[in-house]
Design a binder for this molecule. Structure first.
Ligand code: CA
Length: 232
């Protein structure tokens, strides 16, 4: 990317047309610029022409498989690659092959999950998602560590995911249900009060780092939202 104000470009390599379309719509809706390729033999040309900031790469493709494509791209580029596969047991094997992919997602996946992974990988790669370059909050998904205004936050895994969810979409109001949905993937039954208690602890930690001011606001009767703190 040339500038931090540009929208990141995502190349979607997926031969299932319906799935490619859903991903395409979802990514565009989240302000990414996209291109879809469904034929393995056409990926290299698309990479050269489109110059993506990230590639979502399906494993099983007509004419050339994702493994070969991943190796070829890695031979000359560090562009972030997220591999998608229909079989969860495949992921272990892929990891063992040390292809140099940045992340792996198993199908069936929700588009929302894909967006979260795309954002996390872009962040790690240092690509800003159309937001100011100097963010007050820095989240590192791989170590689940976070700093606010340079102060390290000691967060639990749940607190980290809550903060990441809200900070990824600043000023959006999340209901408790939406937050529960995002942080508990195993569909456990969790009460509203559990979320409130995690939020309360998270807010205390954030306020300590931010001179007592709240960055997570409660919206009465609705839920919570994240607001980027003022920076001097
Ligand atoms: Ca496929």
């Amino acid at each position: 990317m040339n500038s931090s104000t540009q929208q990141p470009k995502i190349l979607i390599v997926e031969d299932e047309e319906a799935l490619a379309e859903v991903l395409d719509d979802y990514l565009r809706h989240h302000h990414f610029v996209t291109r879809v390729v469904g034929d393995g033999a056409l990926v290299q040309d698309a990479v050269a022409a489109f110059q993506p900031d990230l590639i979502l790469l399906d494993l099983m493709l007509p004419n050339k498989d994702g493994l070969t494509i991943c190796r070829e791209i890695r031979a000359r580029s560090t562009v972030p690659i997220i591999m998608t596969t229909a079989r969860v047991e495949e992921i272990d094997r892929l990891l063992g092959l040390e292809l140099g992919a940045d992340d792996y997602i198993c199908k069936p996946y929700s588009p929302r999950e894909v967006i979260a992974r795309v954002k996390a990988v872009l962040r790690r790669a240092g690509v800003q998602d159309a937001s100011p370059a100097n963010k007050a909050l820095v989240l590192r998904a791989e170590s689940m560590s976070a700093t606010l205004l340079g102060v390290a936050l000691e967060l639990t895994a749940v607190e980290f995911r809550l903060l990441e969810t809200m900070a990824n979409e600043p000023r959006r109001i999340f209901t408790r249900d939406q937050l529960m949905d995002r942080i508990y993937t195993d569909q456990r039954i969790v009460s509203d009060r559990t979320i409130d208690s995690h939020i309360t602890k998270l807010r205390k930690k954030l306020a300590t780092a931010n001179a007592g001011a709240d960055v997570i606001r409660s919206v009465y009767g609705v839920g919570y939202k994240y607001e980027e703190p003022e920076q001097n």
